[in-house]
Design a protein around this ligand. Structure first.
Ligand code: 5AD
Ligand code: SF4
Length: 465
């Protein structure tokens, strides 16, 4: 591990604890159900929780109703996610009445906010276990305590650590995630993440390469390297572009390498060069802009201007053939005027994103923006969100004209049965393409030619490679 922390042995995930748990529950045919909210980081944490449960002898339940252990892995990036969690945890009371041995745990980002976690723990006495983001690897230990009839509340303040060697139960398919770093040091003024995920810490390159090799050997064809701010990766003298080069050269069998999320202020020429030179590095970048107004970007502490962002977009487009850019945008940040909002719409028109995630600003307790004056009324935020989505609904399809006649390779992810069955899969640059073809082709790379489009999806046919 790099920077100011050191790799810790798996304190919670000791084989002794696992063996003890196996002895207690191994032969009982117990099942777990994990409900995950929020980002890919959370999804991947859930795969680690599932991996630990597998080692302890649990198998996956298809529904909450057949589970003996239910875990809610929560998010707190916006208020909506928090409200949903309170509602959904409340529903479990009935299931507990039907199955008294059912264990209910709540974990993740929302539980790392101690006050919120305490409120949930006190309000719902049928919740057996609450733990924060820094406790993930100690999950088997805590489960053992719950089996001994204890109610466990484990939320500690920490800058975080890196725990290597946790088992992972990966979602079946052809694409999967590998963490390269954790935490965030950026403190964008609206964002709760740095408070609940701790400071930036990067994994050792050797550990990352090792995991990527194992995952590829297990049959995965596309890997997304994950971090809150991947391009500030730094460890053992390697920066992010150097890590990408290392992974591509050490694991040449990996056909597709992706990464997310990138911060515009750290998007270096070195990264653009790596994207243009490495064949197996996908030609897509998720580059959250958040706002098109320089005044708002400053108040958000984003540390770039709209002009600097547009320059990056130009550089990417001229260096990386067929690159596509996606983004995140917040409307209704405190103090945002109609003029600021119009600047955001203008930037969206200029960039020509292939997709965008748009959000109404949601005040998060403890962040700087939540204490700012000039909070924007909810109805104004809603109206701006609708207006922005209307701009995107115009600009996204209009960028698809250039794809008519385009030839490229997709990794087939599945069959869409909504109408006539169609195979679907993404190009390297993340554009989704639908083609007619046999179900047996799921999981393979196919050469396709694009004939048309609908909103942000392309439609085409298979061609010979
Ligand atoms: N309100 C609304 N959106 C937010 N995001 C982060 N914090 C907030 C907030 N307080 C959005 C940002 C970020 C994405 C993951 O979530 O756009 O990029
Ligand atoms: Fe939040 Fe900003 Fe860090 Fe992203 S870079 S996780 S928006 S603080």
């Amino acid at each position: 591990m790099c920077d100011n922390t050191s790799t810790k042995p798996c304190e919670g995930f000791s084989m002794d604890t696992v063996n003890e748990l196996r002895k207690r529950v191994g032969g009982l045919g117990l099942k777990y159900f994990i409900e995950t909210y929020g980002c890919q980081m959370n999804e991947h944490d859930s795969e680690k929780l599932a991996g630990m449960l597998r080692e302890c002898g649990y198998t996956k339940a298809e529904t909450k109703g057949e589970a003996d252990l239910i875990l809610f892995n929560t998010c707190c990036v916006r208020e909506h996610a928090e409200k949903r969690t309170f509602g959904n945890v409340g529903f479990i009371k009935e299931l507990k009445a039907e199955n008294p041995r059912l264990i209910l745990g709540v974990c993740g980002c929302m539980m790392q906010q101690k006050e919120v976690a305490k409120k949930l723990f006190d309000r719902f006495p049928f919740v057996d276990l609450v733990f924060g983001t820094h406790e993930l690897s100690r999950f088997p230990q805590m489960l053992l305590e719950v089996l001994d009839e204890a109610r466990v509340f484990q939320v500690t303040e920490s800058d975080g650590e890196v725990v290597e060697g946790l088992p992972v139960e990966r979602t079946e398919g052809f694409s999967t995630f590998v963490n390269i770093m954790y935490g965030c040091n950026n403190f964008c003024t609206y964002c709760i993440v740095p408070y609940v995920r701790g400071r930036e810490r990067s994994r050792r390159p050797a550990d990352i390469v090792n995991e990527v090799s194992k995952v590829v050997a297990a049959g995965y064809k596309e890997i997304t390297l994950l971090g809150q701010n991947v391009n500030s990766y730094s460890c053992d003298g390697l920066d992010f572009p150097a890590l990408l080069r290392l992974v591509c050269s050490e694991v040449p069998q990996l056909k597709r390498l992706r990464f997310m999320t990138s911060h515009p202020k750290d998007l270096s020429d070195g990264l653009i060069k790596a994207m243009s030179e490495l064949d197996n590095l996908c030609k897509h970048i998720h580059l959250p802009v958040q706002s098109g107004s320089d005044r708002i970007l400053k108040a958000m502490n984003r540390r770039y201007t709209s002009g600097a962002y547009l320059e990056l977009v130009d550089k990417l487009r001229s260096a990386v053939a067929n690159v596509e850019i996606t983004t995140d945008i917040i409307v209704g940040f405190p103090g945002e005027t109609e003029e600021d909002f119009e600047a955001t719409c203008e930037l969206v028109r200029k960039v020509g994103y292939s997709n965008a995630y748009t959000f109404a600003y949601s005040p998060r307790a403890g962040t700087i923006a939540a204490r700012m004056e000039d909070q924007i009324p909810e109805e104004v935020k809603k109206r701006r969100l609708n207006q922005l989505n209307a701009v995107l609904a115009e600009t996204i399809p209009s960028n698809n004209d250039k794809y008519i006649g385009f030839e490229g390779e997709i990794l087939v992810e599945g069959v869409d049965h909504r109408g006539e069955p169609l195979l679907f899969g993404k190009l390297s640059n993340f554009k989704m393409v639908y083609v007619e073809g046999d179900e047996s082709l799921v999981g393979s790379f196919l050469n396709v030619k694009v004939d048309g489009y609908r909103f942000n999806s392309l439609f085409g046919h298979i061609i010979q490679g």
